[in-house]
Design a protein around this ligand. Structure first.
Ligand code: ADP
Ligand code: ZN
Length: 208
């Protein structure tokens, strides 16, 4: 199954995409994670991308499309994949349609107020790639899964969060109409609790 998770930053795309991909035994493809790896390794792509990411802006389409096209050629994608954070513009969606066949698009719904609350409290673990909210942590600095040190992503700072939301509304939201028209969209409310959301997603995909 070839899936896309769509929704504003902080709607839970990452959390659910990782879980679902794991359950289905197919890779989760997060363009954000791929970009952050490039930034960490300081590749040419990473150095260019960091300028956009730190400002909460989108990395140029040609960079992203090339990266994804290459990723889909890896053998682990043969049985399917779950996109998380891609496509994010109409140009990316149109390019994708020329080299991939998408079966369903999960559209996670969450209002701006929920997003801002979630992202400003978000902490990530660079060691195991886990994502947590300070509200649910015993110790806000320690990863409950692996004991690693938690950090706040640079782009989760409040001003950048507001930028990312504006970018989402302007550039990514049009994809909702695009995929709805293709009959692929599955709306799922993501304001509530994580496990309940996950079950709703599986139901929307006829997997539960
Ligand atoms: P979130 O969904 O929480 O905003 P991501 O990890 O998906 O976080 O993305 C982080 C940043 O990486 C984005 O703000 C953007 O700069 C860049 N990025 C990720 N995916 C894309 C994409 N498909 N197109 C353009 N930029 C992207
Ligand atoms: Zn960890």
């Amino acid at each position: 199954m070839n899936l896309i998770f769509l929704g504003p930053p902080g709607a839970g795309k990452g959390t659910h995409a990782v879980r679902l991909a794991h359950e289905l035994g197919i890779p989760q493809i997060s363009t954000g994670d791929m970009l952050r790896q490039h930034v960490r390794r300081q590749t040419a792509l990473g150095v260019e991308a960091a300028r956009y990411m730190d400002a909460g802006k989108l990395v140029p389409d040609d960079v992203i499309i090339g990266m994804v096209r290459e990723r889909l050629q890896q053998p682990d994608c043969a049985k399917g994949y779950v996109f998380d954070g891609f496509p994010r513009t109409l140009a990316q969606a149109e390019a994708l349609s020329t080299f991939a066949d998408i079966h369903a698009v999960v559209n996670l719904l969450a209002g701006d107020d929920v997003i801002i609350r979630r992202l400003s409290g978000r902490r990530v673990c660079p060691a195991c790639n886990g994502t947590f909210h300070v509200r649910y942590l015993k110790d806000p600095a320690i990863c409950p899964d692996c004991g690693g040190a938690l950090v706040q992503r640079a782009d989760d700072a409040e001003e950048t969060v507001l930028n990312r939301l504006t970018v989402y509304h302007r550039q990514t939201e049009p994809l909702i109409a695009y995929y709805r028209q293709l009959g692929l969209l599955r709306d799922v409310d993501s304001a509530g609790e994580v496990d309940a959301n996950y079950l709703d997603i599986k139901k929307a995909l006829n997997l539960a």
